[in-house]
Each structure stands twice: as C-alpha cells, then as structure tokens.
Design a protein around this ligand. Structure first.
Ligand code: OAD
Length: 318
C-alpha cells in the first residue's frame, strides 16, 4: 500500500473511496451539529455556551466532564446532564453515509467520539463509541453496571442517582454509628459526671461529623468517558486489530484535540491514506486530503460523484 504523493483533491478522495475495501471512519461532534447538537470547541459549541452562561461556576468548561470534579460536585453535572441527553434527534446525512459504507461492505469500523448514539440510530452496527454513552451507567463505588434507563428519571429531574446497593449499606452504616454513639452517651450519663471524658460534650448534633466514606457514597455516573477516566479496553483491542487491515481512514467532524482518539492517526500505518472532512482546518496533524466545509454537503457531493445514494433517515424522518 504505497501512499501516493500529493493526494489532496476531491478527485483523489473519490478514487480512494471507490477502491477502498476496509475503511475506518473516525467521527466527532461535527457530524451531529446539523441535527441540532452543538459541538464542543466551536465558537457556538458547548464549552463556549457553558462559559457564556457562567451558571455553573466552573474554572474551565471542560470541568463539566472531569471525573475529579464530578466526584466532588455530582450535583453540577446532574443539573446540566439533561441538556446533552440524547432525545429525539434524527441522524444526519453523515451518519447515514457511514451506514452506506457499512451496507456496501467497506466499513471496517466507525470510531465515534460522540455519545448521541446517532450512528446506531442510523443503523450502523460496527460502531465503537469511544467515549461511551448514556446507554449504561455505573456506581463509582461498587462499579455495578446498570441500564442507563435506571438513571434517566434522575437526569430529567436533575437529581443525583445513588446506587441501590451502596446507598442502603451507607444508611445502615450511619445508623450503626449513631446507635453506638447514643449507647455511649447513655452510659456516660448513667455514670454521672464524676469523671470527665473526651465525649462528655457529645450531643446528637455531633453525628454530623460521621466520617465520609472513602470513595463516594455510591453515586451513579452514566458510562460516558470523563476527562481523567481511561477509555474502555475495547478501544485498544479494536485498534490493534484494525490497524493491520485498514486501507483508508476517513476523519469527520472532529478537532482531533482529545487523546487517545486523536492519536489513532499515528497508530495507523503511514501508508494508509487519510481523508479529513471538517468545517475548520487542523494545524497539529497533516492529513493527506483535507476537504473543508460542511460534512453533510461534502459526503453528499462525494456520493454523487461515486454514484452512491445515501439512505434516507430511519422511520421516514425528514
Ligand atoms: P470538537 O467540538 O472539539 O470538534 C468538532 C469539529 O467539528 C470542529 O473542528 C468543527 O469545526 C467541526 N464541525 C462543526 N460543525 C461541522 C459541520 N457541519 N461539518 C463539518 N465539521 C463541523 O468535538 P470533538 O472533536 O468531537 O469528550 O471533541 C472530542 C471530545 O472532546 C468529545 O468527545 C468530548 C469533548 O470534550 C468528552 O466529553 C470526553
């Protein structure tokens, strides 16, 4: 697989797409903006919105997805999460174009950074949600995993969901500490005040000082990957296998700012051609072909040139 020099035109992209047999599509938030979902880093993106709103008093808007911050302030994420919860969105031409590649038998895998599950809704089966999704959730303490539907009512009503296993344990633990202290107080009262002891002044109010659990009191977090969390091992496993087979890399709608997904380019053999489709250029990597503009229009134009037809949205949605 010899890389041709100066592959950088639409013609080159059309030729590569017409012959490729095992394509990796690496996608990001830019393929869902036409569905009404903001991306992260554009001037109208989620981070700019969070900054402008100033509602959450974050030092940096990325803190909203930072695991250390979440452990300390889960209420902040849960007061916001409903804004990004996948609802009635319809897959864009880009999502459907990925499905088209799969239907043509040339999609090796779609690595998506998006949590909106629109690739699946478009019918793509070979998709790896590198940054997870809301479809499952886990307790940060006992790691128990549950269907995302369990926490959906909490997200919608902006409440923190607690683990059904850990929370009763914690409640039982608090009850036991309180009972023990009450017993001790009763004992010291019955002995009278002859001898001063360290807990002489202890009152019911002192129960406020019951030590925190080491870890979290069983807070449940949706299984979307936060900054500071490792990606699921499936990411490395898939990439390890796919890098041996891929013959074309198509990158769409991503600023390639977040590792390790942004490093996919460097893990794929240099001989594999790359087509980068994005509204704005990137300067920190040099893909072979850069097609700049609206991704929906670009994949539609490429398909027209190739004589391919992008499938309609599912359920006849417009
Ligand atoms: P970004 O917001 O960083 O980048 C989206 C890119 O899509 C930008 O370069 C836009 O110019 C481009 N774009 C927007 N609309 C477009 C359109 N209609 N057509 C073509 N391009 C368009 O989003 P990601 O790169 O996906 O992670 O961000 C990566 C990760 O950072 C996210 O998965 C998220 C975030 O923090 C976590 O939350 C863990």
């Amino acid at each position: 697989r010899e890389k041709l020099p100066q592959e950088n035109t639409v013609d080159d992209a059309v030729r590569l797409l017409s012959t490729a047999k095992r394509i990796i599509v690496l996608s990001g938030a830019g393929i869902s903006t036409s569905c009404g979902i903001p991306d992260f880093r554009s001037s109208t993106g989620l981070y700019a919105q969070l900054q402008a709103e100033g509602k959450y008093e974050l030092d940096d808007p990325q803190q909203m997805f930072d695991i250390s911050y979440f452990r300390e302030h889960p209420e902040v994420f849960y007061s916001f999460a409903k804004q990004i919860y996948p609802s009635n969105f319809v897959p864009s031409p880009c999502h459907r174009w990925i499905k088209l590649l799969e239907d043509r038998g040339v999609l090796l895998r779609n690595y998506t950074q998006n949590i909106d599950t629109l690739e699946s809704l478009a019918g793509v089966t070979n998709v790896l949600q590198c940054h997870g999704s809301f479809s499952t959730a886990s307790c940060l303490r006992c790691k128990d995993r549950m269907p995302g539907s369990v926490i959906e009512p909490y997200i919608m009503s902006q409440r923190i969901p607690y683990c059904p296993k850990c929370r009763p344990q914690r409640d039982a633990e608090i009850a036991a500490i309180k009972a023990y202290r009450a017993q001790r107080r009763a004992k010291s009262k019955s002995k009278g005040k002859a001898k001063a002891t360290w807990d002489d002044d202890e009152t019911e109010d002192d129960d406020d000082d019951i030590p925190e659990w080491s870890g979290e009191p069983g807070i449940i977090k949706p299984d979307i990957t936060f900054f500071g969390q490792a990606l699921d091992s499936e990411f490395d496993e898939c990439l390890f296998r796919d890098r041996e087979q891929v013959d074309l890399l198509v990158i769409m709608g991503t600023s390639l700012k977040v590792a390790p997904v942004s490093e996919v380019l460097s893990h794929i053999p240099h001989s594999v051609p790359q087509i980068f489709i994005n509204l704005t250029p990137v300067t920190h990597v040099k893909p072979d072909i850069c097609l700049l503009g609206d991704a929906d229009s670009i994949v539609t134009a490429l398909s027209d040139r190739l004589g391919w037809s992008i499938p309609p949205p599912p359920h006849g949605d417009a």
